[in-house]
Design a protein around this ligand. Structure first.
Ligand code: GAL
Length: 329
């Protein structure tokens, strides 16, 4: 009985301890289990970031073991400091919308806020078990944290679309990045006014996935990974003075033997502070057999003179007001 009481107490106390530890240190620990403010593991894989009303919203694949295996879930978290994340619920809980069959796929969700319609619009990669459908799905909500309602799926620009990425430029223009295998490259496509479709902006002739884009100090930087499925590989980047190019050759963001420190790019996120702009590499360390246990590798990138470098992961802090970041031991 005593033993049982100990275990029950332990179960109650453990998650709290994790949350409290995170709160106390205020650091982001790349690769470590990341807990939300209620002490549960953050489920936001292949994620995206939306800024709305001075708050950050992190959306991603919710791979919780307790989920209904017939449905696909997108979780929503909010934060003021990018370190402490409050679970805002499962923004999307979707049953197979188009008879895709067992093991259908919904990956890399991204949410955009439409300033004209005031709707929240979610894009995600929609596919069957063999990744042959290659479409995006669109779901819409009146509230940032959902529930999002499935609207449709389509092939953007009538092209195959697998990994998608999200980018909002300084002028507010919103873009979808998507990988197209037959054309051996990826598209950057501006969302139409209602955000329900896309128009062609640029095509980058490089067979890369996990595409992410950021605008920093007058240059556009695009990052992608090679196509090795869940297995990590050396992510590469290129730069251009305009989204339409011309783009430089691709270069490594870290020593190739580091294999992107076992991560794959999902998003580049710029925090424009009063003193400087921090550019955060958001990556996934995938655990294909236990996807729920996949980790996040977020690190501030070293940027300058048209170069981008991902330093070896270590704990770090960020001041979102000033944009300053600091590495911790
Ligand atoms: C990765 C991709 C993931 C997932 C996986 C499946 O390359 O980035 O989102 O689709 O392949 O093998």
């Amino acid at each position: 009985m005593k033993k049982l009481a100990f275990w029950v107490a332990g179960l109650l106390v453990l998650p709290m301890t994790a949350a409290t530890l995170h709160a106390a240190t205020g650091t982001i620990k790349p690769g470590a289990p990341w807990f939300d403010t209620s002490g549960r593991r953050i489920q936001a894989h292949g994620g995206g970031m939306t800024v709305w009303k001075h708050t950050y919203y992190w959306f991603g694949e919710d791979r919780s073991q307790t989920n209904d295996p017939a449905k696909r879930y997108v979780a929503c978290y909010s934060s003021k400091d990018l370190v402490h994340w409050k679970f805002r619920g499962q923004a999307l809980a979707l049953a197979d919308p188009e008879n895709l069959g067992p093991h259908w796929v919904l990956e890399r969700p991204k949410v955009y806020v439409n300033p004209r319609t005031h709707k929240f619009v979610m894009y995600a990669h929609l596919d069957n078990a063999h990744y042959r459908l290659a479409r995006v799905m669109v779901a819409v909500s009146d509230h940032i944290n959902g529930p999002y309602k499935y609207v449709k799926s389509f092939r953007p620009l009538n092209e195959e679309s697998r990994d998608i990425g999200q980018f909002v430029d300084d002028d507010g223009a919103a873009y979808l990045i998507f990988e197209s295998r037959p054309t051996r490259g990826f598209f950057i496509a501006k969302l139409t006014d209602d955000y329900m479709n896309v128009e062609k902006t640029a095509f980058i002739h490089a067979p890369l996935e996990g595409g992410a884009l950021v605008h920093y100090d007058g240059l556009y930087y695009v990052v992608g990974s090679h196509m090795t499925g869940w297995r990590p590989n050396p992510d590469v980047y290129a730069t251009a003075p305009a989204i339409t190019g011309p783009w430089t050759e691709f270069r490594n963001i870290a020593p190739p033997e580091a294999n992107t420190y076992n991560a794959q790019s999902t998003m580049l996120f710029a925090v424009k502070g009063s003193k400087k702009t921090a550019v955060i590499f958001m990556g996934d360390i995938w655990e294909p057999r236990t996807l729920w246990d996949s980790r996040y590798l977020w690190m501030p990138l070293e940027m300058g003179n048209g170069t981008m470098h991902l330093p070896p992961p270590q704990p770090w802090t960020i001041n979102v007001k000033t944009g300053e970041t600091a590495l911790k031991q």
